[in-house]
Design a protein around this ligand. Structure first.
Ligand SMILES: *Cc1c(COP(=O)(O)O)cnc(C)c1O
Length: 395
């Protein structure tokens, strides 16, 4: 079998090569780094039938993951793709609708995917402590994988972070610093700790491997459907999952699993924090930071994303679009999704269902389409502050 691991890292802005066998953050140009693999050598050997009998977690795709040694795992990935015919018909839509139920991941959200891979890789490259600024699901996942690895996690959170999140992190052994200020102030605490104490900073797309964990959602879609869907509807904060799947589709084509067709990639954001939707409407390549971000959906409260140009490029190249929904529509959709499917979705996941009527009227979702909604977290993670909550730059 081919050895696991990537060949090198590549700057997403300039294409410049970077070494992958040492700890890396962003590229020399300040942009996210992407892991590259020798896909030509894997073609014909790393196939759906080769992985079919492997355990049902994301490590079934280890040939296209960066981790060389034994991964730190809590059973992340290979979540169910639930058929949702009554949700479609209750919205009056004649589509083949499914929900990817990411709430079944460890710690209740798909943040587990990214942090399982990032922590596994950081540890094998010599990191002895990890750190993260967060007001939500990323903190719990980072704490869990650091605990599984037996290394310290330092989590900086705004003082008004809901107590259940702080309790979760502490129960998972993390050192929690409560900061008087916003998530941007928390990021400063982490950067200072990184400089002074050598903590490895796991912030979204500021290290290369969380996106590798999240890209496995794209591999799973192909395995579970036997092909790609026509439409992917994704609740977008930092956009790691969306750009990760877009990366996965390119890899899957090189590997010979799929042809050149791609799903239309649809960004859903909250009306109170919609920098990608605004940039899309104004036909821009990058997004201006959103002032005074307000939404109860903490995963969508991301006013500025380092991967903005990658998100907008995927939407454009796929023929997708970007729409915003209100918090009230997310709450209503949580109940609609719940009673028509049995999936208890987080506000972020429910936002994708809330967007369907507008997407149908725009022609972005059409009769007969095979559509996948990403329910990125369990409804049990809905513990965020009310709609007037504080802004953040990372979830
Ligand atoms: C972090 C998060 C998001 C946003 O994910 P990105 O890939 O960073 O855009 C969406 N939903 C939930 C539940 C999250 O925790």
């Amino acid at each position: 079998m081919t050895a696991a691991g990537c060949s090198h890292l590549e700057c997403t802005a300039t294409g410049e090569r970077h070494e992958s066998e040492e700890l890396q953050t962003v590229s020399r140009a300040g942009a996210p780094l992407y892991a590259r693999y020798d896909l030509a050598a894997l073609r014909g050997r790393f196939t759906p039938s080769a992985v079919a009998a492997r355990p049902p977690d994301l490590w079934r795709y280890r040939e296209v993951l960066p981790v060389r040694g034994r991964p730190i795992s809590l059973g992340e990935g290979m979540t169910p793709l639930v058929e949702a015919p009554r949700l479609a018909s209750s919205l009056g839509l004649d589509i083949d609708l499914r929900i990817k139920d990411e709430g079944q991941n460890p710690t209740g959200s798909f943040k587990a995917r990214g942090l399982a891979v990032a922590v596994s890789r950081a540890v094998e490259l010599g990191a002895r402590a990890v750190a993260l600024p967060s007001a939500g699901n990323a903190a719990g996942a980072a704490a869990a994988y650091a605990a599984a690895a037996g290394i310290p996690a330092h989590v900086a959170m705004p003082r008004d972070t809901p107590p259940p999140i702080v309790d979760e992190c502490r129960a998972l052994g993390a050192d929690v610093t409560l900061v008087d200020g916003l998530i941007t102030d928390c990021a400063r605490v982490v950067q200072e700790g990184a400089r002074r104490e050598g903590w490895f900073d796991l912030s979204t797309l500021r290290e290369p491997y969380r996106v590798e964990g999240k890209k496995t959602m794209g591999y799973e879609l192909v395995e579970q459907l036997g092909q790609l869907p026509d439409v992917v509807v994704y609740p977008t904060g930092g956009g790691t999952g969306l750009v990760g799947m877009w990366k996965a589709f390119a890899e899957l084509e090189e590997l010979g699993w799929i042809g050149p067709a791609r799903p239309r990639m649809i960004v859903v954001q909250a009306e109170g924090c919609a920098p990608m939707v605004r940039a899309w409407r104004e036909d821009r390549e990058r997004a201006e930071p959103w002032q005074d971000a307000r939404t109860s959906a903490a995963g969508l409260r991301v006013p500025r994303a380092i991967g903005d140009f990658l998100i907008l490029r995927a939407v454009r190249e796929s023929g997708g679009t970007a729409v915003a929904v209100s918090d009230a529509a997310m709450v209503a959709a949580t109940a609609l999704v719940g009673r028509t499917t049995g999936v208890y979705a987080s506000l972020e996941g429910a936002a994708t269902a809330a967007a369907l009527p507008e997407l149908a009227s725009l022609g972005a979702v059409r009769p007969g389409d095979r559509v996948v909604l990403f329910s990125t977290g369990s409804g049990l993670t809905n513990v965020g502050p009310a709609a007037a909550g504080s802004p953040s730059t990372s979830a």
